[in-house]
Design a protein around this ligand. Structure first.
Ligand SMILES: CC(=O)SCCNC(=O)CCNC(=O)[C@H](O)C(C)(C)COP(=O)(O)OP(=O)(O)OC[C@H]1O[C@@H](n2cnc3c(N)ncnc32)[C@H](O)[C@@H]1OP(=O)(O)O
Length: 408
């Protein structure tokens, strides 16, 4: 694809002075028409990113930015840039501009010693070719709250309290951080991320209220960030942006609170883990429905060895993986994965492979969200040694499904 880019296109860093041009391009590509205050917020957030652009003469025609995230992986955390604002001018689409940006970004990640990269895709067809696999899934849950939420467990009866937006990051940050160990797949949140993203007064959907923050327990045992919208002719909607609870009883108390808010008849949590305990402790599954299921975080193993050695492992294994990686050939070829005492080693070998797989499929399985044996059954991974996929699954297994609540 690189050859398709005409020679007068150049790639370089986007300076801060050009943030408005970058936003103009992004709003055009995403068909957005945003308020001045929202634009100012985006400008501020973009100023904290690394940015690369493709220019046609003086015109900016393609952009890509990265947030400097650290992500939870099983048993630890690893540097993992979050790719965002990926867009190409409609006049320059399908000429290899994205490929050029992406190859440069992957090269920078590798040179900078970043073992992983992650993104949310606007369309699922785009990023597999660059070695990204869908590593976490989200589900949308809807509660019919015209009736009180019926539960099979006793909710925590401690009082709930509303917290100011300004106080929330300092109060919730340490609790949120401590919960990251429970599930892989989430970025650590800085105070700026809380302020500008999670708790932005004007959210992505301008029809929703500012965020409300409700906390249970002191010290914090659980919290919810939600927004509401009045109904046109009837009861309105409660939209849950973020809910975390230390125990099932605390989760039950928060869901019951949300379901009881006056003048609303529906609670919608757009992005929850597929193994959300609410689906089990709801007494009436007709009252709580899964209305959508979607790939959430797309992950790229930039340095397969560092990524594998940087997570913890659930069962011993001794397997030769033959990894295919066209874009970062340092990852390609046969490697022996040996796991003992929860740690793995990964070294090049000439021994025959037990499994042959593309790096995008290894990324899908990396956080424990996709089973390698399912990928074998789907014809995507080749199992040369019977039982090898099951052995790798046992080693990769995590107690809970990975999940990311933060989109970016
Ligand atoms: C992390 C994020 O920010 S996600 C947001 C992504 N951005 C958007 O959706 C905004 C609107 N879309 C765009 O700006 C552009 O169409 C982009 C960025 C998706 C693609 O940019 P382009 O420069 O056109 O991509 P490029 O020409 O490098 O395409 C490379 C390959 O991907 C394919 N491809 C690109 N976009 C898509 C797509 N949306 N769906 C399916 N295939 C696609 C191309 O056909 C091409 O395939 P080939 O190598 O087999 O020929």
């Amino acid at each position: 694809m690189d050859n398709d880019v005409s020679s007068d296109l150049t790639l370089r860093d986007i300076p801060e002075a050009e943030l408005d041009r970058m936003l103009d391009l992004a709003y055009m590509a995403f068909h957005a028409n945003l308020s001045e205050s929202r634009r100012a917020l985006h400008r501020d957030m973009l100023s904290r990113t690394e940015r690369i652009g493709v220019y046609d003469g003086g015109a900016l025609v393609g952009v890509l930015a990265t947030y400097p995230f650290t992500f939870s992986v099983p048993g630890g955390r690893l540097p993992c840039p979050g790719l965002t604002y990926v867009c190409v001018a409609p006049t320059h689409r399908r000429r290899g501009v994205l490929t050029r940006l992406m190859d440069e970004e992957l090269r920078r990640c590798a040179a900078g010693g970043r073992p992983l990269a992650a993104l949310w895709a606007s369309e699922s067809a785009i990023y597999g070719r660059y070695g990204f696999g869908a590593a976490t899934e989200g589900v949308t849950l809807e509660i019919d709250s015209r009736q009180p939420l019926r539960l099979r467990i006793e909710p925590d009866e401690r009082p709930l309290r509303l917290v100011d937006r300004e106080e929330a990051p300092a109060l919730l940050g340490p609790f949120h951080d401590s919960m990251l160990a429970e599930r892989a797949g989430s970025p650590e949140r800085t105070p700026e991320w809380w302020r500008d993203k999670v708790l932005a007064v004007e959210g992505e959907d301008a029809s929703m209220s500012p965020p409300r923050v409700v906390v249970l327990g002191d010290p914090v045992a659980g919290y919810v960030v939600y927004r509401t919208r009045a109904g046109e002719d009837g009861p309105g909607l409660v939209q849950v942006d973020d809910l975390r609870a230390g125990t099932p009883a605390v989760a039950a108390a928060l869901w019951r609170y949300l379901s009881g808010i006056d003048l609303t008849a529906r609670v919608r949590a757009v992005n929850r883990p597929a193994d959300d305990p609410l689906l089990l402790f709801a007494a009436d599954r007709d009252q709580v429905r899964v209305t959508e299921q979607f790939p959430a975080l797309w992950m790229r193993l930039i340095d397969v060895r560092a990524a594998l050695e940087g997570r913890s492992w659930a069962a011993p294994a001794d397997l030769v993986l033959d990894v295919r990686d066209d874009r970062l050939p340092a990852n390609a070829g046969r490697h022996r994965l040996t796991v003992s005492d929860g740690k793995c080693g990964y070294r090049g070998t000439d021994d025959p492979a037990d499994l042959t797989l593309e790096v995008r499929d290894l990324a899908a399985a990396y956080l424990g969200g996709t089973r390698v044996s399912d990928l074998v059954r789907a014809g995507l991974v080749t199992e040369h040694t019977p039982g090898a996929a099951a052995a790798l699954d046992a080693a990769l297994a995590t107690e809970r499904l990975p999940h990311v609540a933060d989109d970016f």
